[in-house]
Design a protein around this ligand. Structure first.
Ligand SMILES: [Zn+2]
Length: 458
């Protein structure tokens, strides 16, 4: 599922914090759960005849069939899965109580389909049927919202041509097909599996970054379906030190950046016991980072998480972002341990909370696309950002440099401070997701993991 992304709608964003969703729509993706996975490598997908360029929720003339095919292909290309597309007269997804074994993609405005959107504003949702013991998926139905609307409630449409003010259908499908294959949400902002979808026109640009799978999406799907020969694995546990006790940190986001390029290559999340495991990582040297997720959307993919764990800026489990290993060697066919204990003074609550980013005068939570050989002025807003000097700004890549002297600070009534600064993207920057690193005068560090995306060339 995907939530529409607010543009400078700070209050609307915060209002979403406590929303919860039935498990049938999402995944128990924690490491302690069985990974949901198709038992066969060939998966038949039935395309409802409601999905036409003339459907009400789709801009007329859109290349609907092409968007479906490309979204399926992008996953099939990187993992050992094959999709067989068949057309279907079926209109409605199966009720939670009775799967029919048909994996349907539909946009029909039937009562059954509309019911899944009654709880909130989403562009699409995936309903999974799987064996709770083995994790084997038997059916996954995708319903595209027949009546998509903006954060402000304005009716919208899907399109395939990047038209401003519409949602990109291929991006929506690419994300939902990731769910259909068993993936949960990613904490990497630039990834296809991040939890929110931007409207075309955000930042004055087409929001099509999520059509192309990120490295973290590729690693995640290969970990489930292969191919995974000659790749490495990292696992470990993360604990907080509270009043002399070690408490597992649940739902923390851990990501690995290639030491040479700075590209984010793999990402994972701790489970209830503080454990995490990321497999199928290309052998290389990485920097490993960990951050507290205040993004409510991520809690849906976890089990046993109370809303309190994710309350912004409060709660016992909040912690400051830390670089936990600067030289993590991942070797082929080996497991590399990575354990971490937060001890005082790192145990303090985060004061730096970069929550919105953007460019061209707009803020959102989708990645800022940057082209090779360009200059981009970035904006970041959030609590504590007025404490960052120009020298505290960096992008985790030798290919992307920040002009420290370009830093400016702006304050708005009833909103956290916003900073702007200019970055220069090298001509030979590899495609991928890069993190913005912020360090305050006190030394505290925070990241926007994958906030800058360099899209693959044409
Ligand atoms: Zn989703």
């Amino acid at each position: 599922m995907r939530r529409p992304n607010p543009i400078l709608a700070l209050m609307a964003m915060l209002a979403c914090v406590t929303a919860g969703y039935p498990s049938s729509f999402e995944f128990a993706a924690g490491a302690s759960e069985k990974q949901t996975k198709w038992p066969t490598r060939t998966i038949q997908i039935s395309i409802s005849n409601s999905l036409t360029p003339f459907a009400q929720g789709i801009k007329q003339g859109s290349d609907v069939a092409g968007a479906i095919r490309r979204a399926l292909d992008s996953w099939a290309r990187v993992a050992n899965v094959a999709f067989v597309e068949v057309s279907s007269n079926l209109q409605s997804i199966s009720p939670t109580s009775a799967g029919d074994g048909v994996s349907l993609i539909t946009i029909a405005p039937t009562p059954q389909n509309l019911a899944v959107f009654s709880e909130g504003n989403n562009t699409a949702r995936t309903r999974m049927f799987y064996d709770a013991v083995t994790g084997a998926i038997s059916e996954a139905d995708i319903v595209i919202n027949p009546f998509p609307y903006s954060v402000e409630g304005t009716p919208l449409q899907f399109s395939t041509d990047g038209s401003f003010g519409t949602y990109d259908l291929e991006s929506t499908l690419a994300h939902e097909i990731g769910h259909l294959l068993g993936l949960g949400h990613s904490g990497v902002i630039g990834s296809t599996m991040q939890a929110s979808q931007g409207l075309n026109g955000t930042y004055g640009l087409a929001a099509v970054t999520e059509r192309s799978l990120s490295d973290v999406d590729r690693v995640a799907i290969r970990e489930v379906y292969g191919p995974c020969e000659n790749q490495g694995l990292v696992d470990g546990k993360v604990f907080n030190s509270v009043d002399g006790r070690l408490l597992p940190i649940n739902g923390a986001h851990i990501w690995l950046e290639d030491s040479n390029s700075g590209r984010i290559v793999a990402s994972g999340r701790t489970d209830l016991s503080g454990a995490f495991r990321i497999g199928c990582i290309p052998p290389a040297t990485y920097r490993a980072m960990i951050e507290y997720l205040d993004r409510p959307t991520d809690s849906m993919a976890l089990t046993g998480v109370s809303a309190g764990d994710y309350k912004f800026g409060v709660g016992g489990r909040a912690f400051r972002s830390v670089e936990i290993n600067t030289q993590l060697q991942i070797a082929a066919d080996k497991t590399t341990p990575l354990n971490y204990v937060f001890v005082p003074p790192q145990n303090a609550l985060p004061l730096l909370n970069p929550r919105f980013l953007g460019t061209n005068g707009e803020l959102s939570t989708i990645p800022v696309p940057a082209g090779a050989g360009t200059k981009v002025t970035l904006q970041v807003a959030g609590e504590g950002l007025d404490q960052i000097p120009g020298t505290g700004l960096s992008v985790s890549s030798p290919f992307i440099t920040v002009d420290a002297a370009s830093l400016t600070l702006q304050r708005f009534a009833n909103s956290p401070p916003m900073i702007s600064f200019e970055v220069t993207v090298g001509a030979n920057v590899p495609a991928g997701d890069y993190s913005i690193r912020l360090q305050s005068n006190s030394g505290e560090v925070a990241f926007l993991a994958g906030g800058i995306t360099v899209n693959p060339g044409p």
